[in-house]
Design a protein around this ligand. Structure first.
Ligand code: COA
Length: 372
């Protein structure tokens, strides 16, 4: 039985922060911080903080701007974090709200009603609470049937979620599945750390999966296969969790937000990504040259161009490897789905594309698709 992605959706926050705006806020914070600790810096007992620069950010990452849900808090040198007031339990939570917006678009594109969906998976890096599942809240908000659950494979959550949903449809435990990726990455980012303050943005994406023989829309994408790899690494890590309160002395330490060893990640993850995709294509009986488009995880421009060059054995064209990180930044699991949503409509019937995620775990996901 063939499974297709019959619709996709994208929610983009209204507010965007340019590198210059971000750097201005960061450098004001640095100036104030250094002034406040001038005596220790002069005595040589404390290192002064170093300023950031837009040139570095563009050169190191390819990011020019990022969308965020709360720009004001992030750019306030006294706060340097989004401010998203807590909502009462009887109000829709913010993750469910943005996820539902993306999901409604995916349903509309697929020509489906919410009550025809019987599986809702929320797959993302950061879930805003322990339980009940955000997926079940979205199930209720949209009016879906069946069941829902949350899953987290960090930046690979979306592709792993698509694989899980496709398996559920093939096995008969579901007939139609929404895989939703609400990513409020600004919430786990230390905007006071110049090594990473520029990396992330906020967004939500969604795809609808169903049986090809039941699909009602033109332009669906058939899943030709999936391939996944994980290997443990501490190089991208966030120790936030429900046990933090059991060690109050360390509760607010730096390790309770995103941190990474960017250089090591680059060096170790890139070969894992290209070998996983190579293995996948070989398993499916295709060569990289049979793939018209690579919708890659959007973390770093150089990394994506490197990966595509390694796979194709030549420089990729801009059309072959669409880049959205220049204005969305790294949106964790949603990145490759944004690229797919914005850059898939022009593919012709029979043309193939590959969705690939990579990130913490380490984790790599690969989904081979063919336009129906
Ligand atoms: N402004 C100016 N200089 C900065 C800076 C900033 N904001 N941040 C760091 N620097 C400095 C560093 O201190 C370092 O200085 P040094 O050489 O004197 O020590 C230099 O610039 C290079 O820093 P480095 O962290 O090695 O930069 P990089 O070229 O590796 O780029 C990343 C950093 C994070 C953009 C890059 O490593 C990356 O994207 N890696 C892959 C990440 C990834 O894919 N993650 C998976 C998903 S989360």
């Amino acid at each position: 039985m063939n499974v297709v992605i019959s619709g996709s959706g994208l929610f983009t926050p209204e507010q965007s922060i340019s590198n210059d705006e971000l750097v201005a806020a960061f450098n004001t914070y640095v100036e104030r911080h250094n002034q406040a600790h001038q005596a220790e810096i002069d005595a040589g007992t404390r290192e002064p903080l170093q300023p950031s620069s837009s040139e570095f950010i563009v050169k190191a990452s390819g990011i020019h701007s990022r969308y965020v849900i709360d720009k004001k808090g992030v750019l306030d040198p006294e706060i340097m974090a989004p401010r998203l007031p807590e909502r009462p339990d009887d109000e829709l939570s913010i993750l469910a709200e943005i996820g539902a917006k993306a999901a409604r678009q995916a349903l509309e594109q697929a020509g489906r009603r919410a009550d025809e969906v019987d599986l809702v998976i929320v797959a993302c890096s950061n879930l805003q609470r322990a339980y009940p599942a955000i997926a079940i809240e979205i199930q209720q908000e949209l009016g879906c049937q069946g069941f829902g659950y949350d899953m987290n494979v960090a930046c690979s959550s979306a592709t792993f979620g698509i694989g899980t949903a496709a398996d559920a449809i093939r096995s008969g435990s579901a007939t139609r599945a929404l895989v939703i990726n609400p990513e409020i990455c600004s919430g786990h980012l230390e905007f006071r750390d110049r090594d990473c303050h520029f990396i992330f943005g906020d967004v939500a994406t969604a795809v609808l999966l169903e049986r090809e023989d039941a699909c009602q829309t033109d332009g669906a994408f058939r899943l030709l296969g999936t391939h996944f790899k994980t290997r443990f690494s501490n190089n991208i890590r966030n120790n936030f969790g429900f046990l933090n309160r059991t060690a109050p002395e360390a509760r607010d330490n730096r390790d309770k937000l995103f941190r990474q060893e960017g250089r090591k990640v680059f060096k170790e993850l890139l070969p894992m990504v290209t070998s996983t995709i190579d293995e996948h294509l070989e398993k499916a009986g295709f060569a990289a040259s049979d793939v018209k488009r690579f919708w890659l995880h959007q973390a770093n421009l150089t990394m994506n161009l490197f990966a595509a060059k390694k796979l194709l054995g030549r420089e990729p064209s801009a059309e072959e490897v669409p880049i959205v990180l220049d204005r969305y930044a790294n949106t964790s699991s949603a990145g490759s789905i944004i690229a797919f949503h914005l850059h898939s409509a022009d593919l012709q019937s029979g043309e193939r594309g590959l969705l690939s995620s990579f990130g913490a775990g380490y984790s790599v996901g690969s989904i081979l698709l063919e336009k129906v």
